[in-house]
Design a protein around this ligand. Structure first.
Ligand SMILES: Nc1ncnc2c1ncn2[C@@H]1O[C@H](COP(=O)(O)OP(=O)(O)OP(=O)(O)O)[C@@H](O)[C@H]1O
Length: 226
């Protein structure tokens, strides 16, 4: 499929499980996620697959209506009780009666992910999942993604996070798919593929340099169990 000026002749079949969409700035990751979430139509080609897709987009604040965090989440979670339970599990209950626009970036990211997953979607897309999240936020999100049980697309440049959560990786460059394959194979070729504008994160880099398993290392760092 093609989206003029943004994605060119992309043919992609996304497997079950978690897939990481990786690439440098402007490579087309957000465009691909929006197509998968049916928020954008291709100029040419088609998107097949789940229609009920939960989306946590790059700017979390754009998905909020307010007036409070709990009310926003209650809209997608099907009620205030369920919303408060989700906020408690995510460690965000203290902010439940505040305006969502007062949340820090990390808190807003957590709320937007909760809103994306809480209405029973058939698939979920998360753009820049770790942007604004500290170490404990990343661990919470990695373990949540591992338990979701529906196909998930995560897009960004955080290779360590992608390695911990995803079994399959797609690398975009200038709106085209340059690499797609199982995560371990993609990670092992990253150090040589300097033209892709991506560098392994510290955990994956250290593992590759020491001859260790990069997936296991990234999962250990984020406490993801499989
Ligand atoms: N609405 C739009 N109209 C025209 N061009 C757009 C539009 N949205 C994005 N683009 C362009 O399409 C290309 C891909 O954008 P996209 O947001 O998908 O990239 P990305 O890989 O998510 O980048 P980043 O890592 O910076 O978020 C970029 O060159 C961008 O400037």
């Amino acid at each position: 499929m093609t989206v003029r000026g943004r994605l060119r002749d992309v043919t992609l079949s996304i497997p079950r499980g978690v897939t990481a969409i990786l690439g440098a700035n402007g490579s087309g990751k957000t465009t691909l996620l929006k197509l998968a979430a049916r928020l954008l139509k291709p100029d040419r080609g088609s998107v097949e697959g789940p229609r009920r897709v939960g989306a946590a987009l790059q700017n979390p604040y754009l998905g909020f209506l307010g007036p409070t965090v709990a009310e926003d989440l209650a809209r997608t979670a099907g009620g205030r009780g369920e919303a408060l339970k989700l906020l408690r599990e995510a460690g965000l209950e203290y902010a439940s009666e505040r305006s969502p626009y007062t949340l820090s970036m990390g808190e807003a990211r957590i709320l937007s992910v909760l809103m994306a997953i809480s209405w029973g979607p058939e698939a979920v897309v998360i753009d820049e999942p770790t942007s604004g999240l500290d170490g404990s936020g990343k661990r919470w999100l990695a373990s949540l993604i591992a338990r979701l049980g529906v196909p998930v697309l995560v897009a960004g440049h955080d290779i360590d996070f992608a390695a911990a959560v995803a079994g399959w990786a797609v690398i975009l460059r200038d709106g085209r798919v340059r690499v797609s394959g199982d995560m371990e194979r993609v990670l092992r070729m990253l150090p040589e593929e300097t033209g892709l504008g991506l560098e392994p994160g510290p955990a994956v880099k250290a593992a590759l340099e020491r001859g260790l398993d990069p997936l296991c290392t990234a999962r250990c760092v984020l406490g993801v169990t499989r």
